[in-house]
Design a protein around this ligand. Sequence first.
Ligand SMILES: NC(=O)c1ccc[n+]([C@@H]2O[C@H](COP(=O)([O-])OP(=O)(O)OC[C@H]3O[C@@H](n4cnc5c(N)ncnc54)[C@H](O)[C@@H]3O)[C@@H](O)[C@H]2O)c1
Length: 387
Amino acid sequence: MKLDDIKKVAVIGSGAMGNGIAQVCAMAGLKAVMVDIKQEFIDKGMATVNKSLDTLVSKGKLTAEKRAEVIGNLSTSLSNAEAVKDAQVIIEAVPEVMDLKKKVFTEISNAAPADALLASNTSTMSISEIGTVVKNPERILGMHFFNPAPVMKGVEVIYANKTTDANVDLLCEMTKKIGKVPVKVLKDAPGFIVNRIGAPNQALISAILDEGKVKVDSVDTLMKVAAGMPMGPFELADFVGIDVFYHTLKYYAETLSPEYKPGKVLQNLLDSKKLGMKTGQGIYTWEGGKAKIDASEQSQEFGPMDFLAIQINEAVRVLKEKIAASAADIDLGMVHCMRAFAGPFALGAGMEHTQLADTLNKLHKRYGLNIFKPEPEIVDGSFKQMK
Ligand SMILES: NC(=O)c1ccc[n+]([C@@H]2O[C@H](COP(=O)([O-])OP(=O)(O)OC[C@H]3O[C@@H](n4cnc5c(N)ncnc54)[C@H](O)[C@@H]3O)[C@@H](O)[C@H]2O)c1
């Protein structure tokens, strides 16, 4: 199959991610069919798409004619088999449950054309394992969008253990065609590239909370003032949801290292249903969509250097583990999937390696976690030559 042969995409699941993905495909001129198990879920997904298109029209980013064209490209279905039978690309976005993913992929692999690309938007499931139920597993791969899909530019395109280069390259081309930036991920490894690089920072947040010595308001305030972040890391944890934050750490503890085990404070917040913004209480109290943060102090102990050093160190590991093809790909991923101002290798190039190593050694000593220990390439500065 060639890029021009891709005319129709089937998106399985019309929830938070699925409807945005279908919208993006339809806006690029592809036919997109959005599937769900109940009409009410489809209606909700379509309502979200309509609202998103209305916003684009009101901002002058989309004409009324183009809006009508996009809606004309979209259709819906209550049957996976029916939706995929004439689709060239299928993107699965159903809940993160392995048995459900396998059931869906069995259905779509039986009904779709034999050469259709079968992509999963999973954030944490093994795509290779999902692939065990698929006919012709050389065509199963990951297509990991970031939330909200219509806005976020980066998409990780992930190899499972049997995916061919040709199929990954074709999906990368298609990703460009829908206006996104593909980031190739060479291995179906936990967190892929982008979330993996953020993983040890999540562990740091948990460690600081458990230690209980630092006023987290002061860290968030400094991160906003000094690094220009729209939200500080603790505020962001509350915004994303303590349940999501906790389960991500638990997943990394099971798949990457036991050192990621969520700490007592996060456990207590979860148990008492203090889940952050959505419940009004988490690390902070939330009112009217805003965290009540005491901005009167800026931390003297933790700041952008700590979080950045950890990211650069983890980026070196991701490259050494051959999850990414190059340092440039990692930087591309962090810029387009996380909206970082620059990637870890680009930022690290302008920094003293001794300062990075000292920062990491300090964190390693303070919390006794090896995930903070500097890699040899940080210690001797040779990470700056890594390509
Ligand atoms: N939400 C995020 O921020 C985010 C970001 C990146 C990736 N992901 C991944 O995307 C996937 C979907 O996540 P989401 O947040 O959109 O979930 P969601 O719960 O919002 O939506 C999933 C939809 O799938 C539907 N569904 C369930 N079983 C189905 C079936 N057999 N056939 C068709 N549809 C079915 C559900 O009814 C629901 O509407 C997950 O794998 C998740 O890890 C989520």
